[in-house]
Design a protein around this ligand. Structure first.
Ligand SMILES: *Cc1c(COP(=O)(O)O)cnc(C)c1O
Length: 397
């Protein structure tokens, strides 16, 4: 054991440069595509937006896609299109990025947190069912880490209780569900194109929907609540416009759309690389008693992140110490997420306390995120495996 001492115990780090947990991959084609838009007439709300939306719809197999300027805007627009308003409730997991819940607060609605299944890390249908009440209007399922959540039970719940089923697919662009790609047949699915996500527009997002009326509502919502866009008015030689609802400026730029369109041409390669990395991790950690990987089909997940849960009984140190030890090996380990309901905002606004969601709190306290991104080399993957294995064997109980 002294021969493979981790850096945190005085050994030499497995690598000398920090490996980030996520990173964009930008090609010369991406740079050229952006430069071309910069020389054109339309920097925003121009023809590249239409092309990007059409390409996204085509790639996902979705009827309608509306591009917006962040994944958070996509969630806000989707919740608004679902009719969520003051006093309404939406059931969400707490093991997610804050935006999943915040988007409900933006509309004066209340996010009601349900438990997750500790093996899949996805919302637990039984817990969701227990929390449905007279004010419940929607359920938002998060496709955690990019794995496609099993939606069958949620579709049934939504159908029988008259609820909208919304999908936070920020992690899951390209993930394969039973009925096609995640978002293909969604009532409302929100994607993010932040640089660490599967493909990027800098900042950006999109909502996929199978419902034409909702697509129209989303377009109005992203443009202040105005029924026409600048180019439509220009074509119609009209200078009047009508504000029919209170919307926001959530428009994506054509600069971002050009980057996204170019990234979309390479997304199959990105996904293949992420899956190859995840499969190497799964193989390496399969027999390690201190580690548990997510219960999912490696070929179907988009692997936005690679979560691994530690088994406390098998280790002399806690999760935070494992993350610290990985960072000292120059592995950019991370945590996704501290439960949303325990942030000060949610304790104050909704009165949450530790113990409210025991399953979520327990899993969340044991999860470590390992690096996954298409720039990673085989040596990078080996470094991550070697670092984590030396840490858990050194600190084995
Ligand atoms: C990234 C993310 C968002 C928000 O996306 P942004 O583009 O950063 O606004 C929402 N939900 C989840 C689960 C995310 O990971």
């Amino acid at each position: 054991m002294t021969t493979d001492r981790p850096a945190i115990a005085g050994g030499t780090p497995v690598r000398s440069q920090m490996l980030p947990y996520g990173h964009q991959r930008i090609s010369q084609d991406d740079v050229d595509a952006v430069a071309e838009v910069l020389r054109s007439d339309w920097l925003t709300t121009g023809p590249t937006i239409d092309r990007f939306e059409a390409a996204l719809a085509d790639r996902l197999g979705a009827a309608h896609v509306v591009a917006v300027n962040s994944g958070t805007a996509a969630l806000h627009a989707a919740y608004a299109a679902a009719g969520l308003g003051a006093g309404d409730e939406i059931i969400v997991p707490s093991l997610t990025f804050a935006a999943t819940a915040n988007a409900a607060l933006y509309l004066g609605a209340r996010p009601v947190f349900a438990e997750i299944d500790p093996a899949t890390l996805m919302l637990d249908p039984r817990s969701v069912s227990e929390r449905i009440g007279p004010k419940t209007r929607a359920i938002c399922v998060v496709h955690y880490a990019g794995a496609p959540a099993d939606l069958r039970a949620f579709r049934e719940l939504a159908r029988t209780k008259g609820l909208l089923l919304i999908e936070d697919a920020a992690h899951a662009f390209g993930a394969a569900a039973d009925e096609g790609l995640v978002g293909a047949r969604a009532q409302l699915a929100a994607f993010s194109f932040h640089p660490v996500k599967i493909l990027t527009t800098g900042e950006g997002g999109a909502v996929a929907t199978s419902d034409g009326d909702k697509a129209r509502a989303l377009r109005i919502f992203r443009n202040h609540g105005i029924t026409t866009e600048t180019r439509e008015r220009e074509r119609a030689m009209s200078w009047h416009y009508q504000l029919v609802t209170l919307g926001f400026n959530y428009r994506l730029t054509d600069i971002g759309a050009a980057l996204g369109l170019s990234q979309l041409r390479e997304v199959d390669g990105f996904l293949a690389r992420r899956r190859a990395i995840a499969k190497k991790y799964l193989q390496a950690f399969a027999g390690v008693p201190a580690l548990r990987t997510q219960d999912t089909d490696a070929e179907r997940s988009a692997w936005h992140i690679f979560p691994v849960a530690i088994v406390p009984a098998a280790l002399r140190v806690d999760r935070d110490e494992v993350v610290r030890a990985l960072r000292l090996e120059n592995i950019g380990a991370n945590v996704h997420y501290d439960p949303v309901h325990l942030h000060p905002l949610y304790r104050e606004r909704l009165g949450h306390r530790p113990g409210d969601l025991p399953v979520t709190e327990d899993v969340a306290s044991r999860l470590v995120t390992l690096p996954v991104h298409p720039n990673m080399t085989d040596d990078d993957i080996d470094d991550v495996i070697r670092a984590l294995c030396r840490i858990v064997s050194y600190f084995a109980a």
